[in-house]
Every structure is written in structure tokens, then in C-alpha cells.
Design a protein around this ligand. Sequence first.
Ligand code: MLT
Length: 208
Amino acid sequence: MTTFHDFHIHHEPGDADATPLLLLHGTGGDERDLIAFGRAVAPRSPLLGLRGRRTEGPVTRWFRRHGEGVFDLPDLEARQAELLSAIEAAPAAFGFARPPVAIGYSNGANITTAMLMRGGARALSGAVLMRSMAGLEPRPDLDLAGLPVLMLDGAYDPLAPTASRSAQWLTQHGAQLERKTGGPGHELTADDMRLTRDWLARLPALTG
Ligand code: MLT
């Protein structure tokens, strides 16, 4: 299978009892971008990389923006709902033992954050948000009780000035948030990998 719900995908099977990872690239990336990262942080996990369907010139994205950091919120709302439908169908289609943990970087973290705010936690076992920004506001009835979330920020990341707002929303609505610094800027580092690997190893304890 190379497409799923009209998304280009890259799927790598893993051990049946290991938590699957859903990998969501940043602006300009594709379904393979985070596969090596996923394999490094979870050697036994099934991996599913998806490609965003929006384009900005030649560049792939998950949703439209009006400018750097200025999101097209109606488009973000529609695109997160499409992505959620695909994620909800993934366990049956790929034989996952449980819902996946989403790992998103930059634009991929931003659509993941939006999905969490609109109720998408029901389709996930957890989320890793690397260099994320706030977009859609939380639904008033949002219940994230017990959802493990790891946020990895860049200490001086100029592209993610609103991460603290989503951290506050996640905590207010009950997520089990761990927030750490993954590196100095927007780029991923070996620390992001190490912190994600350690957090995933603790996931069974976090989810009880
Ligand atoms: C976004 O548009 O999602 C953010 O500005 C980060 C990025 O450049 O992708």
C-alpha cells in the first residue's frame, strides 16, 4: 500500500505487541522524513509515516498558512479532521494492537496539536510534539485525561513562539504533559531523539 485515505504513506511493520508510531513531517517533508527517527526511538514498533496533502509552491504541508506562523484556521480545522479519520482507520488497516503514538515535527506537530484540541486524543495512545505551535483552541468539553504528551521545544526557536499556550491548554484539559528542551533552535537534535526514546520506554507506566 502506498496511499491510505488519499495520504501518501510509508509503512514499516514491527512487533505486534509494540506501540505503533505515526510520523508527521515538517514543512517541505514527506512520509519518509521521520522513519529513521522512529526506528531509532522505537526499534520494535510498527511505523507509519504520512505525507501532508497541502502544497505551498513545491513544498508539502499539512494545512494552509497566510504567512510564517499565521495559520489558516478553517483549513487547519478541515485538515485535522481528515487526518483524524485516517488515524482512526489505521489500527484495523495495519493490524495495530493499539492506537498509535503520534510524533510530529514543526508543521506536523502543529496539526497534531490542533487534532488534540479538537478531540483527536481518542485515536491516539500519546503524542510527541517537537517544535510545536498553538493553532486551534480547545473544544470546551475537551477531555485529555491521562493522555501522555511529550513537548520538545527549541530554547530559542523563533518559529514556535506559542508553544506555552498549547502546553497550558494540554494541562488544563488533563493531559499528562512532560515539557523539555530538545535543542537550541527549530532543528531536531540528538537530544530530541534521546528524550523521545526515554519517554516512549516509560509509556507503559505512564498509561497505567
Ligand atoms: C507552520 O507553518 O506550521 C509553522 O510556521 C512551522 C513551519 O514552518 O512549518
